[in-house]
Write a protein that binds this ligand. Structure first.
Ligand SMILES: O=C(O)CCC(=O)C(=O)O
Length: 246
């Protein structure tokens, strides 16, 4: 099953039909955002090449869970180096186990870039403050299965094709949450989505998913408590907009 795709949503319709209810992809909301041209690999490399980025690792060929890997394994690089490594023709297999996740560095170094984004447009004027996070990964990178326990999480996708696989909150028992409490604003599953182990997590096979295929310009709403994991098929660049109040 596919996540619903609509061109636009008014603030009223978004609040009444989707907020805290189900994911949705808005395909034309970002059409006028300057970010469509500022968050390209070329511009980021030329204008933000020295920004320091922290990479996180998530590999499928280990017993370590997503939570263990993402919190323990870090590597520091620059925007220039990481874009070169991620877009190189000879993709080293190890590259795709690393990605930039939830990085705020670029918005601290170049706060004006936030003016190129307009997550608040879906909300009544002046109602909300968004934090911005860069997601940048090479072809084949994958995140683990997790939820975001924040009031609003929007993902504006600018470059590449990525698949976001969702599981509704009523599937939680089939997804083997690693902790019962939210950790750093999220819940983490112990299932290795790249190679699920039926001996360890037999009920995962029963879980029903719905899928969003994101293309440049799409704006995805990720509802609180909905499990999801991401795979980038190309060099992918997105920006997350998170608000802690509704
Ligand atoms: O796009 C990505 O790489 C991950 C996005 C994500 O998992 C999130 O916004 O919670």
């Amino acid at each position: 099953m596919q996540v619903e795709r609509v061109p636009f949503l008014s603030a009223t319709r978004f609040h009444n039909e989707y907020l805290d209810v189900r994911p949705v992809v808005m395909t034309a909301m970002t059409a006028r955002w300057p970010a469509r041209t500022s968050f390209t690999p070329e511009r980021l490399k030329t204008e933000q090449g020295d920004v320091v980025l922290t990479l996180r690792r998530y590999a499928g060929d280990t017993d370590a869970t997503f939570l263990e890997q993402t919190t323990r394994t870090r590597r520091v690089t620059t925007m220039r180096e990481w874009i070169d490594a991620s877009s190189g023709e000879l993709q080293h297999d190890d590259i795709k186990t690393w990605s930039v996740g939830e990085s705020q560095e670029i918005f601290f170094k170049a706060p004006k870039l936030a003016l190129d984004l307009d997550f608040a447009g879906l909300f009544p004027r002046g109602h909300k403050r968004f934090e911005h996070y860069l997601w940048l990964g090479p072809p084949g990178y994958t995140t683990g299965l997790h939820t975001d326990e924040v009031a609003v999480n929007l993902l504006a996708h600018f470059v590449g094709h990525k698949t976001v696989t969702f599981y509704a909150p009523d599937q939680t028992e089939l997804l083997y949450p690693e902790t019962r409490e939210s950790f750093e604003d999220g819940m983490y599953s112990a299932v290795n989505v790249m190679a699920p182990d039926p001996a360890k997590h037999p009920r995962f096979a029963e879980a029903r998913s719905i899928v969003a295929e994101l293309m440049p310009g799409d704006l995805l709403y990720v509802p609180r408590g909905w499990w999801h994991w991401v795979r980038g098929h190309d060099l992918c660049i997105s920006v997350g907009g998170v608000s802690h109040s509704v």
